[in-house]
Design a protein around this ligand. Structure first.
Ligand SMILES: [Ca+2]
Length: 379
């Protein structure tokens, strides 16, 4: 074989490899809303721009409001504002974001919060740990301590800020958005466009992919994300993330240590100003999403269903849609491939979704007032 033929053979082989690697990259963007939902929806309370729901073991909820407040909420909608919440820089997409109950909550009463704190450069994403003190009709955070700060500070929206714990309860995973500085997602020294893995006290684990390094690289689990508003472990132990892409590039990704998910080098969407971005299929060295949305749904909130009320949803991922104004159900084929199987029109921008201990599904709306709603099986 001469040199030219060898080259042609390599190109051909490369193209074959690319098409196989992306054979299962499903575009669910144009799916239509499903018919009659299998649930009844009850409005329980209203909030000012709620952002996140987290369940306490006793079935009460913690609900954050983006402008800077947190409430304890009973299942009947009784709200108690939590005192001593740290000040936040609330503007646009930034403010008080996620809240998560520590795996050791039963003995420590600890909770974790993400927010953007004021800084001279604009604002920076921070992770705060605090003890939740509940007594009679009062609630407060005790000793709130920032255990991680985004470096460098500053930037625009697209903060990310989602917290997840591994099934063993030994590590905390944190999504960090690109803060509208796309190239920072590929810069290993910047805590932007990454998923980080930390110990529960915010320190750096010794077994991360780049643990031999220091600073941001040593904390980094995965690279190349844009704005992830969903991160959760499935019952089989796999970690899934969704992220808002540019125009046409929302993604659902399987998160595996050390991988690069491509932003902004590749995307299955283009920039909002119309400039094209190379597709994931052109770079097989970067991990492609098995499921994506073009047009976008603007995914927000992610919960895996393992409850008793909707046995047909067991193992499914439930995702809120801001743009889609929908609740999306993603199911997994026997080979692990995810696909959108249902999309219920909720008539409002859905910001977060959570599963209660009794198996009911709870959602909040991105609005002011934004409703907290409970979904139970239709009669
Ligand atoms: Ca990607």
């Amino acid at each position: 074989m001469n040199r030219r033929n060898t080259l042609m053979a390599l190109v051909a082989a490369g193209l074959v490899a690319i098409s196989q690697a992306h054979a299962d990259s499903i575009n669910a963007g144009s799916r239509r809303p499903s018919g009659t939902p299998p649930f009844a929806t009850q409005t329980v309370a209203e909030f000012d721009t709620p952002w996140a729901i987290a369940f306490l073991p006793d079935g009460r909820m913690l609900v954050t409001e983006k402008p800077g407040r947190i409430f304890v909420v009973t299942q009947s909608g009784q709200k108690t504002e939590i005192g001593n919440v740290p000040a936040v820089a609330a503007r646009g997409q930034n403010g008080l974001l996620d809240i998560a109950v520590s795996p050791s909550f039963a003995t420590t009463s600890q909770v974790y919060i993400t927010s953007t704190e004021p800084s001279p450069e604009g604002s920076r994403l921070v992770l705060t740990r605090a003890v939740l003190s509940l007594a009679n009709d009062r609630a407060a955070l005790t000793d709130p301590t920032v255990i991680w700060r985004q470096t460098p500070s500053g930037g625009g929206g697209q903060p990310g800020g989602i917290i997840a714990f591994d099934p063993q309860g030994t590590h905390l995973f944190l999504t960090v958005g690109d803060r509208m500085q796309p190239n920072s997602a590929q810069d290993p020294r910047q805590a932007r466009g990454k998923v980080l893995r930390l110990n529960l006290d915010g320190s750096t684990p010794s077994d991360n992919p780049m643990a031999g390094d220091e600073g941001v690289p040593a904390q980094t689990w995965t690279t190349g994300h844009r704005n992830p508003y969903g991160l959760a472990f499935a019952a089989d132990g796999r970690l899934w993330l969704h992220e808002m892409g540019p125009r046409g590039g929302d993604e659902f990704n399987l998160i595996e240590p050390g991988k690069n998910y491509g932003w902004p080098l590749v995307s299955n969407g283009d920039n909002y100003d119309g400039t094209p971005i190379p597709r994931h299929a052109t770079r097989p060295d970067l991990t492609a999403p098995p499921l994506y949305w073009d047009p976008v749904i603007a995914p927000a909130g992610l919960a895996f269903y393992d409850g008793a009320m909707f046995p047909q949803w067991k193992g499914s991922a439930l995702i809120g849609g801001l743009r889609a104004q929908a609740l999306v159900r993603v199911a997994f084929r026997a080979d692990g491939q995810p696909d959108e199987v249902e999309r219920w029109d909720m008539g409002a921008r859905i910001r977060d979704v959570a599963v209660a201990p009794d198996g009911a599904v709870w959602i909040i709306e991105d609005d002011s007032p934004g409703r907290l709603r409970r979904l139970t099986p239709a009669k």
